[in-house]
Design a protein around this ligand. Structure first.
Ligand code: AP5
Length: 209
């Protein structure tokens, strides 16, 4: 059983690596961003409250995210282990998580800010199957269409340049302090997140032993 956290700035490649690793390890991939986007798409009360914050690139208030995550961690799907991607993002969330579940490792995706803006503004995804592309580093075979099902690709509303800049600032202000929090607990492992996806995946497997 593994209980992992992926920490790092927007666009560091957390989601890309988490989807693949969770499958290999047979543990639940819990992306709070993905779960929130599904609430927005379904028009739930949580989704209606969260949408404005997300589009602007701001964090959704702790009380909303914590209630949502607690329910996910209690679900049977997470009982064999989990990989948290995008949570915690504030000190209050990290402290609450300590009381909910013991963690094995926190992997910090370490990457220079220079590449993040381009990675995010060039990201597209398939609204049908969720596959993530990048117009520069992972373009679809047919421009604008998903390789898997041919659905027209779309851009996340918070991947516009102004929202990306806000997300990068919010990360520095509210999430980066967690590095010290987890270093003090002795749980943090630094991962060099520069370079191609496969190279980062190899480093990740090494970091997890
Ligand atoms: P969330 O969905 O978590 O977004 P994020 O943390 O900003 O992370 P991203 O998904 O943008 O980046 P990533 O690191 O996963 O990169 P990816 O692998 O996709 O959160 C969205 C919003 O939800 C937040 O702003 C907030 O409003 C709300 N929210 C979520 N959690 C919250 C919480 N806990 N508390 C409060 N609010 C919360 O890769 C990016 C691109 O780069 C892709 O195109 C990919 O193909 C490409 N790429 C990936 N790896 C590589 C590589 N090695 N080389 C080249 N290209 C690569």
């Amino acid at each position: 059983m593994q209980r992992l956290v992926f920490l790092g700035p927007p666009g560091a490649g957390k989601g890309t690596q988490a989807a693949a690793l969770a499958q290999v390890l047979g543990i639940k991939h819990l992306s709070t961003g993905e779960i929130l986007r599904s609430h927005v798409a379904a028009g739930t009360p949580l989704g209606r409250e969260a949408e404005g914050f997300m589009t602007a690139g701001q964090l959704v208030p702790d009380r909303l995210v914590l209630a949502m995550l607690e329910a996910e961690l209690r679900a049977p799907a997470a009982s064999a282990g989990f990989l948290l991607d995008g949570f915690p993002r504030t000190l209050a969330q990290a402290e609450a998580l300590d009381g909910l579940a013991p963690l094995d490792r926190v992997i910090f995706f370490d990457i220079g800010e220079g590449t993040l803006l381009e990675r995010l503004t060039q990201r597209r995804h398939c609204p049908q199957c969720g596959l993530v592309y990048n117009l520069v580093t992972k373009p679809p075979a047919t421009p604008g269409r998903c390789d898997q099902d041919g659905t027209p690709l779309v851009q996340r509303s918070d991947d516009r340049e102004d929202a990306v800049r806000t997300r990068l600032r919010v990360y520095q202000e509210q999430t980066a302090p967690l590095l010290e929090f987890y270093t003090r607990q002795g749980r943090l492992r630094r991962l060099d997140a520069n370079g191609p996806v496969e190279v980062v995946a190899t480093r990740l497997r090494a970091a997890l032993g």
